[in-house]
Design a protein around this ligand. Sequence first.
Ligand code: ADP
Length: 162
Amino acid sequence: MVAQRVVAVYPGSFDPITNGHLDLIERGSKIFDELIVAVLRNAEKDPLFTVEERMEMLREASQHCPNVSVDSFAGLLVDYAVRRQARVILRGIRAVSDFENEMTMALMNRKLDANIETVYMMPSVSYTFLSSRLVREVVRLGGDVRGLVPPLVEARLRAKVA
Ligand code: ADP
């Protein structure tokens, strides 16, 4: 039997990418043959960064992982996964609070396409409190997010709120 290549999609807003996202990308890139980080278009009404800016930051931050690529999508995630021949959806679980939402989403996606499996990974414990929303808020209020986002993102954030 020839082993099938496993392609996974890691979807999200990534507004902007944090070290928690990067932690998951690195873990995912080690277990899947190919990992597609996919930015959801039109998810938020008032994003800080455009989809293109977010993709650019994701590309720069993940360039050390050769089997990782960055894309964007609109519409149903399962339809996008089928188009990209991905059998796995990768998501992160930080705390119990993430669980309920993630479970309903995974079960709905399974109902829509039973061939696609959602896989969850936990980040390093030091990133379990970290979210893009919190990073945006801290930066808006003049706080320091060093060590929480890749350095290139930190610079972009400073420029954005200046
Ligand atoms: P969404 O709006 O789809 O939740 P996010 O960009 O906030 O998009 O998150 C994308 C995925 O990454 C989600 O599965 C989320 O749980 C996960 N994630 C976000 N922050 C972290 C983190 N600090 N550690 C691990 N996973 C995370």
